[in-house]
Design a protein around this ligand. Structure first.
Ligand code: FNR
Length: 373
């Protein structure tokens, strides 16, 4: 595809080709890749296509309310921005553009620990509800400082990523000897001498994680985190009922069903396949969110029908940002908003609450008794 005007983009997937054209190969590959065989990467998308609608007709859908609350914060739609690292590789305005776009869309942005803009810089873009994604470093003083700074900068929750004791094997990054371009740093760690990702014989990021991230992280640390912050903690990276129960017991304020965009353990199920067992285990005690492979309003609807309280978007944000900067991210969020609204109208749902399990059918549902012909 040749570089095209933003007006001609008609769905969220189309940003990727424009981004691919504009970005250096190393950067595009880092954003796009999954782990190893990338089976889960494809499955994150494919699984949505096996879930079908049971639309209700003749419902007056002349007014549709897509607003909802997330941890008590009102949002314009249950579609939020997932943490993705190093956004200034996509566009010079990086995370600042994403923050502005999310805020303009009336939704929540999650800032990555490995952002190329600091928590303070992102806060200075103006009002907006924001969450901070946390990687726990071996040096707990680093974690304490970072959490304190996020609190002070007005971030409203911590998304604790629990699926990354080591970095997944992303072969393109290994081949490319991925490293953060030298004009950029992991801004949150600048003052701590941990802001650069050095070039190594491997993915530079894999080496950085091996050196800095605490592999011993366990449930006790979720308690520890609660002892150093009053912010609600979302456990990001749950894929089983067992861990959902443990997360609730450990005091999590919410659960994010995530396989890290298929970048960690390959051959885990698509998140949409794991969602329902997690929702059942949570028993309504905490909200359950989902990320992974959401590219359509119909995908969002399916996640909500299976019990998610909201979803987060990863790659489309960086691709839209790379393609058209802040305007691209705004357009991407608006397209998902409008598609979800249309899906609700065509399914007979006038509010987020009206989306129920009965509005979809999944492959694991018991077959319906068909009438005898
Ligand atoms: C991520 N993800 C991620 N997660 C996290 O907790 N901290 C991080 O710094 C990052 N960085 C990151 C970079 C890139 C380029 C990608 C693609 C992903 C995972 C992210 O939060 C989310 O789980 C997935 O991206 C969701 O899947 P989709 O929407 O990309 O399919």
């Amino acid at each position: 595809m040749t570089s095209q005007e933003m007006e001609s983009i008609t769905n969220v997937m189309e940003f990727e080709a424009v981004a691919r054209e504009k970005l250096p190969k190393m950067v595009y590959d880092y954003y796009a890749s999954g782990a190893e065989d990338q089976w889960t990467l494809h499955e994150n998308r494919n699984a949505f296509s096996r879930i079908l609608f049971r639309p209700r007709i003749l419902v007056d859908v002349s007014n549709i309310d897509m607003t909802t609350t997330i941890l008590g914060f009102k949002v314009s739609m249950p579609i939020m921005v997932a943490p993705t690292a190093m956004q200034k590789m996509a566009h010079p305005a990086g995370e600042l553009a994403t923050a502005r776009a999310a805020s303009a869309a009336g939704t929540i942005m999650t800032l990555s620990s490995w952002a190329t803009s600091s928590v303070e810089e992102v806060a200075s873009t103006g009002p907006g509800t924001r969450f901070f994604q946390l990687y726990v470093y071996r040096d707990r003083n680093v974690v304490r400082q970072l959490v304190r700074r996020a609190e002070k900068a007005g971030f409203k929750a911590i998304a604790l990523t629990v699926d990354t004791p080591r970095l997944g094997r992303r072969e393109a990054d290994i081949k490319n000897r991925f490293t953060l371009p030298t004009h950029l740093t992991l801004r949150n760690f600048d003052g701590l001498d941990l802001g650069t990702v050095d070039r190594t014989n491997d993915s530079g990021l894999a080496t950085y994680v091996a050196d800095q991230v605490d592999r011993s992280l366990n449930w006790k640390d979720v308690k520890w985190l609660q002892s150093i912050t009053t912010l609600p903690i979302l456990v990001k990276g749950v894929l089983t009922a067992e861990d959902a129960s443990l997360a609730v017991q450990a005091g999590a304020a919410g659960i994010i069903v995530s396989n890290h965009g298929a970048r960690q353990l390959d051959y885990v199920p698509a998140t949409i396949m794991a969602l329902e067992e997690v929702v059942r285990a949570a028993q309504g005690r905490v909200p359950v969110f989902l990320d992974g492979g959401i590219r359509r309003g119909t995908d969002v609807f399916k996640a909500l029908a299976l019990g998610a309280s909201g979803v987060f978007i990863g790659r489309p944000v960086v691709f839209a940002l790379a393609a058209y900067g802040e305007a691209g991210v705004r357009k991407m969020l608006k397209m998902l908003h409008d598609e979800l609204e249309l899906t609700m109208a065509l399914s007979g749902c006038r509010s987020i609450k009206e989306i129920t399990r009965a509005h979809i059918t999944a492959p694991w549902d018991a077959p319906h008794v068909s009438p005898r012909l």
